[in-house]
Design a protein around this ligand. Structure first.
Ligand SMILES: [Zn+2]
Length: 262
């Protein structure tokens, strides 16, 4: 049995980015922990979701706990920073936001948890945070440093296969809409040649989609991830991709049952 820690920026990132891996690791008997840097304060709540006087972050804490349960996590916790919002927003200047956090200080907070749970494997994001969100870039920086401090043996960067996405976009009638300035395509993830591993999570696709659905304050049945038919969703999201820091061209991802270290 090994210990997997998945470090994410906001509530709901865990669902789409590493949800299948988390559930698959848990199903295989490993201990899985979710750590989320922020409570997603800058998210846009769906109309009518919040009760009178309820703050978005309060709801998102509950949604994250439910998502973590669906993904088989032993624990889920927050690192205690605030959501920085999309790049260029005034919220980037909030001194309490994750983007403004001192990397060393934040890494020490995370390293403390890595030591406590005796983590064997940590997942972060690729160097540009998958699509350039400041909090996602910070997950990369803070995560790598924390693993160094805690001596965590294996660190993987959750990413997306840019080649697959660009190809899929060319065939889509109803492409997903990016967040903010995000344009699906060239600025997303990493080229396949630079991705070390891929994990098939077809057997975990149900829980993965349910964990997305758990984030009801952010997503409704009309939104792409919940609207597409099950078979299309499975086709698009049954593989999760992971890079290793410092790799250059490795000739494309190798399929593994679970990431080395698990
Ligand atoms: Zn995010």
């Amino acid at each position: 049995m090994s210990v997997l820690v998945c470090f994410h920026a906001h509530p709901d990132d865990e669902a789409l980015s590493t949800g299948g891996l988390m559930r698959k690791a848990a199903d295989a008997g490993h201990e899985v922990h979710l750590i989320t840097a922020t409570r997603g304060e800058q998210g846009e709540p769906k109309p009518g979701v919040l009760s009178d006087g309820e703050e978005l972050w309060e709801r998102r804490v509950l949604e994250t706990a439910e998502s973590a349960r669906l993904l088989g996590c032993a624990t889920n916790r927050f690192l205690g920073y605030e959501d920085s919002g999309m790049i260029g927003e005034p919220s980037n200047d909030n001194p309490a936001c994750f983007w403004q956090a001192d990397v060393e200080e934040a890494a020490q907070r995370l390293a403390e948890i890595l030591r406590e749970v005796d983590a064997d494997v940590l997942t972060v994001y690729d160097a540009h945070g998958g699509y350039g969100h400041p909090d996602h870039i910070q997950v990369h920086r803070v995560g790598l440093r924390a693993a160094e401090l805690a001596g965590t043996a294996h660190v993987y960067e959750a990413t997306m296969n840019r080649d697959d996405i660009v190809a899929a976009m060319e065939h889509m009638e109803d492409p997903p809409v990016g967040e903010g300035d995000e344009k699906p395509g060239d600025n997303i993830g990493m080229p396949a040649a630079e991705i070390r591993y891929q994990v098939n999570i077809a057997d975990q696709i149900g829980p993965k989609r349910e964990s997305i659905r758990a984030h009801r304050s952010q997503i409704s049945d009309d939104d792409f991830f919940l609207k597409v038919p099950d078979d299309v969703f499975a086709q698009m999201f049954s593989t999760e991709f992971f890079a290793v820091t410092g790799d250059g061209d490795v000739g494309g991802p190798t399929e593994v049952e679970l990431l080395p270290g698990l």
